[in-house]
Write a protein that binds this ligand. Structure first.
Ligand SMILES: [Zn+2]
Length: 125
């Protein structure tokens, strides 16, 4: 059973200038007894302190780690670290969201409704 070597890695997003990436790398033991970190989950995010909005984009969980609550736990960590922020998915107001967002947003007051990105933040594609 994998466990978290360090809870979360927080780095600059490789894909979106100005964004950050929150990721979980799980440490597992290979058949020959070596410990190895394996990428499990990542989501790009950016905070706008003026609007008090956290923007989140493109969550991804490796298939082997799906349905284990990793994405929800990652988002919960971001919430805890940034109290008072509401969280949105940047995009067109009527964009249809994949089922992931319904699941993750179900327990959160504002959900992750899509919202046109504010002027302080670059959509990043
Ligand atoms: Zn803003």
């Amino acid at each position: 059973m994998p466990w978290l070597a360090t809870p979360w890695q927080d780095t600059v997003s490789a894909e979106r200038p100005g964004w950050r990436m929150r990721a979980a790398n799980l440490r597992g033991r290979t058949d020959d007894g070596l410990d190895r970190d394996e990428f499990a989950f990542a989501v790009d995010y950016q905070l706008c302190r003026r609007c008090r909005i956290g923007w989140v984009e493109q969550p991804y969980t490796q298939p082997a780690y799906q349905r284990r609550g990793l994405a929800a736990a990652g988002m919960a960590a971001l919430h805890e670290e940034n109290p008072g922020f509401t969280w949105h998915n940047p995009g067109r107001a009527h964009r249809r969201l994949p089922p992931f967002w319904d699941t993750i947003g179900a327990d959160i007051p504002d959900g992750y409704r899509p919202r046109t990105v504010c002027e302080q933040v670059t959509a990043g594609g």
